[in-house]
Design a protein around this ligand. Structure first.
Ligand code: FES
Length: 575
């Protein structure tokens, strides 16, 4: 690709190209920062949108990485400006980072719009940061490249590898069942997170950074490099060099994010056994690019996509093993026949070019197609009278006999109700029961937290039960597993049918036929609906009030309605 822009056509020229009174302010204040005119005039101004924060452990290397990106920008003749943005630290932010995903997307878009920026490097990785940054960049549509945080190193306790999240759920259940000691539990705590970087199972972070790479938003191979590896630092510098070229070439997100590249990303998620959270994020993200994606596309593509990444929670290994096995490029080359290889990417080459020379080095980690963990349907979209607008399940992560199951409901009105009663020895629950959680959705929780892997009652754990059918309008961590039906839409808080379920109702889950049915007569449901009372809104003021006014339901991506689509937004006037 050759340059299509002249220096006086740079967007930043509107700030720096004039010698009037406003231009004086821009020049004098840039001088105040220690820069001469030669440092920036006629050069692409690159915003390094950095989601570093002391509270985000997954991004603890980002101050150093920002310097490495800057080095690359300077080498390529650009002018880097680091701009901090909301960190969205998954473990610490309550009630859930999902409440704030759209806030970071707005911040990203408006940072880029309101300042003299020609292109940007987006630094993210911890769960919601990736979709948020990409959504903002797609809406602003300036040249943009994503620098993924990279997974942390594999966890370790004695001779056992430990995976983020997945092994927490697993060993917490064992602890509740009385099978491991307090001393072992503390040993896990000290060994599970050993380095900078995001969760190193196939959780939402690895899922979304891999989706970003498959969509064309990163340099080839970037998403698989462990954060602590020196190759990650070199990738950061290369990302800085590349964004300067992208500005001159005027290569923008909507030039390469197309219906085909979105399909590539979804196919990638399915082949990885990726997080169900990707369903919500990809719908929101695609719509920011003007692509009318629906959740049903996941189901369509799942019917032909094998799950070939042997990574927890669906498989055995961790992201560090995946990197040594050849990483995402190698996996994508294996499933190349399911991808649109002519899709463009940020480096100016097609996806097909970028993966052409990739090799698999470990066939236990990246499985051959004939040894796939499941040959298809690693994720399924369900519908029925309990989820008229859809729900999702990850069949590959559930005990097989539960995928066709009818059982009686045990209903919890909200999380606190569940926490108070789930371990009550008198709870009339068996492995055949269907546990239902209400008010875990976008408005009800609020923020649709990752509550969807509802706990197995302690008395059943003690009997050896490790999976049951569980249903909610919440999300589930990508590191979780089990026969959990998630994202039920519309949610119970707005009067979706989930709000009408009562203890003892029969519920039928039929994954093969994609059905989720509440076996209660229409007359009875009408009677319950008439008696249902709309709960009061969760917020009277503040960001929460804005959120509840505009957030869409799970099947629509949980974006704010006024942020969807590609209607033009004016450039700021400069006076
Ligand atoms: Fe940051 Fe899991 S806590 S990715």
């Amino acid at each position: 690709m050759t340059a299509v822009k002249r220096p006086d056509e740079l967007r930043s020229h509107r700030w720096f190209g004039e010698s009037d009174m406003r231009g004086f302010g821009h020049h004098s204040r840039t001088a105040q920062m220690g820069y001469s005119r030669e440092d920036y005039l006629g050069k692409p101004v690159i915003a390094i949108v950095n989601t570093w924060s002391d509270i985000n452990a997954c991004h603890s290397h980002f101050r150093q990485r920002a310097d490495e990106v800057k080095r690359g920008v300077l080498q390529a003749g650009g002018f880097p400006l680091e701009m901090p943005a909301l960190a969205l630290a998954e473990v610490f932010q309550k009630p859930t980072t999902m409440l704030y995903r759209n806030l970071l997307a707005m911040e990203t878009e408006e940072l880029l719009r309101s300042y003299p920026v020609d292109g940007c490097v987006l630094m993210g990785g911890c769960d919601k940061t990736t979709p948020a940054l990409l959504m903002g960049a797609l809406s602003m549509n300036l040249p943009a490249i994503f620098m993924p945080a990279g997974p942390m190193l594999s966890g370790r306790f004695r001779d056992q590898p430990l995976g983020s999240g997945s092994d927490v759920w697993k060993y917490w259940a064992e602890k509740r069942a009385g099978k491991i000691s307090e001393e072992q539990w503390l040993g896990f705590e000290q060994g599970i997170a050993r380095s900078p970087g995001h969760c190193m199972t196939m959780g939402t972070a690895s899922t979304m950074t891999s989706a970003a790479e498959a969509m064309g938003f990163t340099l080839p191979g970037a998403a698989s490099i462990p954060a602590a590896d020196s190759r990650h630092a070199r990738m950061a510098a290369e990302t800085g060099r590349r964004i300067v070229e992208m500005v001159w070439q005027d290569l923008k997100p909507r030039d390469f994010v197309t219906a085909n590249s979105i399909d590539n990303a979804i196919t990638t998620v399915l082949s990885l056994g990726g997080s169900t959270n990707a369903v919500v994020h990809m719908v929101a993200l695609a719509r920011r690019g003007g692509i009318p994606l629906t959740i049903d596309r996941f189901d369509e593509l799942a019917r032909r996509t094998p799950l070939v990444a042997n990574i927890r929670p669906a498989g055995k290994f961790l992201m560090e093993d995946f990197f040594y096995a050849g990483g995402l490029r190698a996996l994508l080359r294996d499933i190349g026949d399911l991808l649109s290889l002519d899709a463009m990417t940020v480096n100016g080459h097609t996806l097909g070019d970028n993966i052409a020379t990739a090799e698999v080095y470990d066939r236990e980690v990246i499985l051959a197609r004939n040894r796939a963990l499941v040959t298809k349907d690693s994720l399924a979209v369900l519908r029925g009278n309990l989820a008229p607008n859809g729900a999702v399940i990850k069949p590959a992560a559930a005990e097989a006999d539960l995928l066709q199951h009818t059982g009686r409901a045990i209903v919890f009105a909200d999380y606190n109700d569940m926490a108070a009663r789930i371990d009550d020895p008198a709870l009339p629950v068996t492995r055949d029961s269907v546990i239902v959680l209400q008010n875990g959705g976008p408005l009800g929780a609020p923020g649709m937290p990752e509550w969807g892997q509802l706990p197995i009652p302690k008395k059943l754990l003690e009997q050896g039960v490790r999976d049951m059918v569980r249903i909610s309008d919440a999300r589930m961590s990508g590191t979780s597993y089990g026969a959990c039906v998630l994202h039920v839409a519309p949610e119970s808080f707005v009067g979706g049918p989930l709000a009408l379920v009562q203890d003892g109702d029969l519920i039928e889950l039929d994954v093969a036929n994609r059905r989720l049915e509440l076996k209660v007569s229409d007359d009875e449901l009408a009677r319950r609906r008439a008696a249902w009372q709309k709960p009061p809104p969760r917020y009277e003021r503040g960001f929460g009030a804005l959120y509840q006014m505009h957030v869409t339901q799970a099947d629509q991506g949980c974006d704010f309605d006024f942020l969807e689509g590609i209607a033009p937004t004016p450039e700021p006037e400069i006076h």
